[in-house]
Design a protein around this ligand. Structure first.
Ligand SMILES: [Zn+2]
Length: 273
């Protein structure tokens, strides 16, 4: 599943091909994915300039003067910029055409989304899908104090508090497991009982883990959004994630796997207290 780093790497990859360009056509090859496509998307976009790109959580944003296109990659989606003449495959559902090129969305499992938010409907931050999102983990608003304050009354584990997405967005299962390892925090600890000092370590670990993933993704960017586009999401080497039964890279203890909510957590009981 694409996580925040993949979405950000995708945004950085496609942005130079889109920013300042005018949409010449929009091709919808089906009625929608997770939700219906806006039927008037071609009329809304053709002849209009993409001012900038952005990202909020896992939504990639294309900002126009009169509104914003929100793209979510769902479970299996990805975006490529390619020659518009390249014939679409079975899972290529939408093209936003810019001259000779197209921004093409592929999504075999069809849990993705392409939506339109019109400025006439108010601020994008008030959009029903955006307003419930927590702060961006790589922006200044994500502080140890915020995490500390927002967790005081939570009886859930720290792992589940991170995954919930209402305090901070984009810390999915992989990055939560890895960041908790780096901060030395056991994923089972109740979020409301963690000290400000430990949250200071955790915020630093989350920022570092996500930034490293984005940087690493940037180095595989060509494969990620290239015309052949078959390489899927980038693989990374992890400290604990998906390493149950293997030796901890720091202390040699066996990495454990437990279920929290509906998700697997991986941790080292010696390194994480
Ligand atoms: Zn260890």
């Amino acid at each position: 599943m694409p996580e925040l780093p993949e979405v950000e790497v995708t945004r950085r990859g496609v942005a130079p091909h889109l920013t300042g360009k005018t949409v010449s056509a929009v091709i919808l090859r089906r009625a929608g994915l997770r939700w219906p496509f806006p039927v008037d998307l071609p009329q809304l976009l053709v002849g209009q300039q993409i001012l900038t790109t952005g990202r909020r959580g896992k939504y990639l944003l294309l900002h126009f003067q009169h509104g914003t296109v929100l793209i979510h990659l769902g479970m299996s989606g990805h975006l490529r910029v390619l020659d518009r003449q390249v014939l679409p495959g079975k899972h290529d559902h939408i093209d936003i055409v810019i001259g000779d090129f197209a921004l093409r969305m592929t999504d075999p499992r069809r849990f993705g989304a392409v939506l339109w938010h019109d400025h006439a409907d108010g601020d994008l931050e008030e959009h029903i899908l955006i307003r419930q999102l927590g702060v961006e983990p790589l922006e200044a608003g994500f502080t140890p104090e915020l995490l500390y304050k927002q967790t005081r009354k939570r009886s859930t584990s720290i792992k589940q508090a991170l995954l919930a997405g209402d305090i901070v967005v984009g810390v999915g299962n992989i990055y939560a497991s890895e960041s908790l390892f780096k901060a030395g925090i056991n994923p089972k600890i109740q979020a409301g009982r963690i000290s400000l000092a430990r949250y200071t370590s955790l915020v630093a670990a989350i920022r570092e883990t996500l930034a490293a993933a984005i940087e690493q993704g940037g180095s595989t960017l060509k494969d990620f959004i290239g015309v052949d586009g078959q390489s899927g999401y980038f693989q990374q080497s992890y400290f604990v994630y998906d390493r149950a039964g293997e030796a901890c890279r720091v202390c040699g203890e066996t990495v454990r796997q437990i279920r929290q909510g509906q998700r697997s957590s991986f941790y080292c009981a010696k390194c994480q207290k």
